[in-house]
Design a protein around this ligand. Structure first.
Ligand SMILES: Nc1ncnc2c1ncn2[C@@H]1O[C@H](COP(=O)(O)OP(=O)(O)OP(=O)(O)O)[C@@H](O)[C@H]1O
Length: 266
C-alpha cells in the first residue's frame, strides 16, 4: 500500500442507493483529471464493479510471487474485486465468513502500481465488516452516498457516525437520485423527497460533494459496462461526476494527514 497516496472510501448505510455507481464514476472522473486511480470493490455481498466496468465474466487476476494479485485494468483504472476471486456459484453462506478473510487478503496482497487515489467501494451497512474495514484501513476520507429518502438518510447518518467513531474524516455527501427529469416532457419530480441530503449535510456540517439525478442513462450506461464518465465526453451527468471529483480533491486537501495512508490488518 506504500504505492497508494490517497485512499477514499465510498460508503452508504442503506443498500441500493447507488454507492457502486458513484464509486465507479468518481474513480473514472479522477482518472479523467489525469490522476492514476485504483478501484477496490470491497462490497463482498454484491461485488459489481467488474460488471459495471465491462470486465468479462471469469476474468481472474494474475498472481505473482508471494501470492500478490495484479490489478485488472478496466477503462484505465486499476481494479480489484471479490468478484474476480469468487464465482456466481459460490454460496452466500460460504461467501460471508470466507469473504471477510478474502477481503483482508486482497487489501494486503494487491500490487497497486503507483496510485494517486484508491477508491474503495465499501459494503453497504454499518455492521462488523464495515466497522473493521473503517477501523483497520487507514482511509483518508469517506464519501457518503444517500438518496433524499428518510430511510436512506437515517442509515447514511449511521454511516457518518461510524466513520466519526473511528476517526475517518467524512469528506462529504453525495445525494444520488436527487430528482427525476422526464425524458419525454422534462417534468421534474422528486421521487425520493427533496433537500434530504442538504439537511443531512447541515446537521453534520458536511459538504454536498455532488447531486445526481435519477436518470435512465446512468443506469443503462452502467449496465452496458461503460459508466457515464467513460460513456460520453459531453453530458450533464458526466459534468456532475467531474465536479464531484474536484470537490473530493478539495476536501482531501483540507485534511491534514501527515502519516500517509496505509492499510494495515493485525
Ligand atoms: N442516479 C442514478 N440514476 C439511475 N439509476 C441509478 C442511479 N444510480 C444508481 N442507479 C442504478 O441503481 C441500481 C443500484 O445502484 P448501485 O448498484 O450503484 O447501488 P449500491 O448502493 O452500490 O447497491 P448495493 O447495496 O447492492 O451494493 C443500479 O441498477 C444502478 O444502475
Amino acid at each position: 500500500m506504500e504505492n497508494v497516496k490517497r485512499i477514499i472510501a465510498v460508503a452508504s448505510g442503506k443498500g441500493g442507493v447507488g454507492k457502486s455507481t458513484t464509486a465507479v464514476n468518481l474513480a473514472l472522473a479522477l482518472k479523467a483529471k489525469g490522476h492514476s486511480v485504483g478501484l477496490l470493490d470491497a462490497d463482498i455481498y454484491g461485488p459489481s464493479i467488474g460488471l459495471m466496468l465491462g470486465v468479462a465474466e471469469g476474468t481472474k487476476p494474475n498472481v505473482h510471487e508471494g501470492n500478490n494479485f495484479e490489478p485488472i485494468i478496466a477503462h484505465g483504472l486499476q481494479t480489484m474485486s471479490m468478484a474476480y476471486l469468487v464465482t456466481d456459484k459460490t454460496p452466500m453462506v460460504w461467501r460471508g465468513p470466507m469473504a471477510s478473510g478474502a477481503l483482508q487478503q486482497i487489501l494486503n496482497q494487491t500490487r497497486w502500481d503507483n496510485l494517486d487515489y484508491l477508491v474503495i467501494d465499501m459494503p453497504p451497512g454499518t455492521g462488523d465488516i464495515q466497522l473493521t474495514l473503517a477501523q483497520k484501513a487507514k482511509v483518508d476520507g469517506a464519501v457518503i452516498v444517500t438518496t433524499p429518502q428518510d430511510l436512506a438518510l437515517l442509515d447514511a447518518q449511521k454511516g457518518i457516525e461510524m466513520f466519526q467513531k473511528v476517526k475517518v474524516p467524512v469528506l462529504g455527501i453525495v445525494e444520488n437520485m436527487a430528482v427525476h427529469v422526464c425524458s419525454q416532457c422534462g417534468h421534474e419530480e422528486h421521487i425520493f423527497g427533496q433537500q434530504g441530503g442538504q439537511k443531512l449535510a447541515d446537521k453534520y456540517e458536511a459538504t454536498i460533494l455532488g447531486q445526481l439525478p435519477l436518470d435512465i442513462n446512468i443506469r443503462t450506461e452502467t449496465d452496458n459496462g461503460i459508466p457515464t464518465v467513460a460513456a460520453s465526453t459531453n453530458s450533464k451527468n458526466r459534468d456532475h461526476y467531474l465536479s464531484m471529483a474536484d470537490n473530493v480533491i478539495a476536501e482531501l486537501a483540507n485534511i491534514d494527514n501527515d502519516d500517509g495512508p496505509v492499510i494495515t490488518f493485525s
